[in-house]
Structure formats: structure tokens, C-alpha cells
Design a binder for this molecule. Structure first.
Ligand code: COA
Length: 250
């Protein structure tokens, strides 16, 4: 089986940990096992002095279609709570290395909200950021209900998180969710070059600057927990189960 998350650290950027979502046949939808692997990589990076920055990438034309809806359906039918999602979010918040993400194409659900925990995001114009939480009878996750209004203001955050409107790469940049728009075939190189620039900075100064800029981690963790409580409660609702079943039946 091909690896659905590839974690690499090699030439020409030996100080960058690259985490690549690699399940293109399912639009890089993220399963519990994939979350575990990304979380382990982020936690390991904190303790690894050879890693100066992390880059998160998808595949050509697709960053991620978000949480695997099959996993959600299993949880909605009475399965265990997918704790892996929350553990992954904690790892993003507690990451001590700068994180740069590169998006080309689809970025749905957590495929959008995870960038709110990245320091810089590069996206192609053809990217499509969307969070259909409410349409799936769910609520925002990843502390997006706290971070999105800060990043883009109430109106755009509401359009993204509650109305479920899609944002192109350029709209996401104008809203502050994305730093730079780049040609699709340059997203990866620009993302890695940006991570390499960060990797070359004095590490202690960068770490302190990043901590100051990112603000209170505990406030973000508290919002992740708060949202997760509502999210998992909603996951077991009749309306959410109907939405997942409708997707699986298509
Ligand atoms: N979970 C599980 N499987 C998913 C998935 C998801 N979130 N998103 C896509 N897939 C699967 C599809 O079931 C399909 O599998 P199949 O080939 O075995 O039937 C495959 O990926 C390709 O997806 P498809 O829907 O055919 O591609 P598309 O280009 O027509 O549409 C999307 C892409 C992303 C618009 C559509 O797949 C979609 O709406 N996905 C759900 C997104 C979502 O709601 N995510 C959760 C947010 S909280």
C-alpha cells in the first residue's frame, strides 16, 4: 500500500520536515491513521534539533477534502470518538517549529482550518477553500471559530464557517488566510523555499518571535476543546448522520 502520509527530511532542504498528504484517490481525505502519523511527526520535530521548519503539502490539484467522512459516519453510528483529530490540532498548536503550508486545489474542512495554525500559506489561484461544517450539521473545529474572525473579520469568517462559501486562492489571500498566491506548478517550490528561509534564521530569536506573534496557546487549546464537545455531540445527531449517509451513497 502506498503511504498516505509521507514524512521526509532530505536534500536539498535537510533542515525542513516535509509532511505530505498522499491519498489522491480519495482527494487526500484524512483518516484517523493519517492524523496519527502527522501528529507523531509534529511531536518528533519539537525534539529534533536538525528540523528547523515544517512544510505541509498535498498533491497536485488537491490539498485535502478534509476529514474522512467514512470515519465520521462510523463515529456517528456509535463508534469511538475520533480523538486523533484533537490530538493533531494540539500538536499543531504546540509545534515549536514554524509551519509553512502549500495548497493547490481543494482545501475542504480541516484542509482549510489547519492553515490557521500555519505561519505562512502559499496557494495557487485555482485553490478552493471551503468549510461545509454547518451543511454537514456540524460546527466549526480547529479553533476556527476563534481564529477565523481574528484573521479575516466577522463577515468573511461567517461566510466561510457558517454560510459554507468557497474562497479561491486569491480570495483567501485577500482575506488573510493565505500569504501568497503562486502558479500551481510553483506552489511546492515556493513553500519549500519559504520554509528554507525561515530555517536559516537564528532559531531562538525566531522561536520567541513566533510565540509572541501566535499568542496564547492555552486560549486556542481551550477553544479546540469547546468546539470538539459541540462537534462530537453534533456528530451523533440524526441530521449529521443523514448528511454523511447521503455523501457515502452518492
Ligand atoms: N471522505 C472520504 N472520502 C472522500 C472525501 C472525504 N472527505 N472526499 C472525497 N472522497 C472520496 C470520494 O468518495 C471518492 O471516492 P470513490 O472514487 O471511491 O467514489 C473520491 O474521494 C473522489 O471524490 P469525488 O467526490 O469523486 O471528487 P470530486 O472532484 O467530484 O469532488 C469534493 C471533490 C471534495 C468536492 C467531494 O468529494 C466532496 O464534497 N467531499 C467531501 C468533502 C467534505 O465534506 N469534507 C468534510 C468537511 S468537514
Amino acid at each position: 500500500m502506498t503511504e498516505q502520509v509521507i514524512v521526509e527530511q532530505n536534500a536539498p532542504h535537510p533542515s525542513i520536515q516535509i509532511i505530505r498528504l498522499n491519498r489522491p484517490e480519495k482527494k487526500n481525505a484524512i483518516t484517523r491513521a493519517m492524523y496519527r502519523k502527522i501528529t507523531d511527526a509534529l511531536v518528533a520535530a519539537n525534539a529534533d534539533a536538525t528540523i528547523k521548519a515544517t512544510a505541509i503539502l498535498g498533491t497536485e490539484g488537491c490539498f485535502s477534502a478534509g476529514n474522512d467522512l467514512g470515519d465520521f459516519l462510523a463515529a456517528a453510528m456509535g463508534g469511538a470518538m475520533p480523538r486523533e483529530i484533537v490530538e493533531f490540532l494540539y500538536a499543531m498548536v504546540r509545534s515549536e517549529k514554524p509551519i509553512v503550508s502549500g495548497v493547490d486545489g481543494l482545501a475542504i474542512g480541516i484542509g482549510t482550518t489547519m492553515h490557521m495554525h500555519c505561519d505562512l500559506t502559499i496557494a495557487s489561484a485555482r485553490s478552493h477553500f471551503r468549510t461545509p461544517f454547518v451543511d454537514l450539521a456540524l460546527v466549526p473545529e480547529a479553533a476556527s471559530s476563534l481564529l477565523a474572525p481574528r484573521i479575516m473579520g466577522h463577515q468573511r469568517a461567517f461566510a466561510l464557517l457558517a454560510l459554507g462559501e468557497g474562497f479561491s486562492g486569491e480570495e483567501a489571500r485577500d482575506a488573510g488566510l493565505v500569504w501568497k498566491v503562486s502558479a500551481p506548478d510553483a506552489v511546492e517550490a515556493t513553500t519549500l523555499a519559504t520554509a528554507a528561509k525561515l530555517a536559516a534564521k537564528p532559531p531562538e530569536a525566531l522561536k520567541i518571535a513566533r510565540n509572541l506573534i501566535r499568542g496564547d496557546r492555552e486560549e486556542i487549546i481551550a477553544r479546540i476543546d469547546d468546539e470538539a464537545r459541540h462537534f462530537f455531540e453534533r456528530l451523533h445527531s440524526t441530521e449529521a448522520r443523514a448528511a454523511f449517509e447521503a455523501f457515502m451513497r452518492r
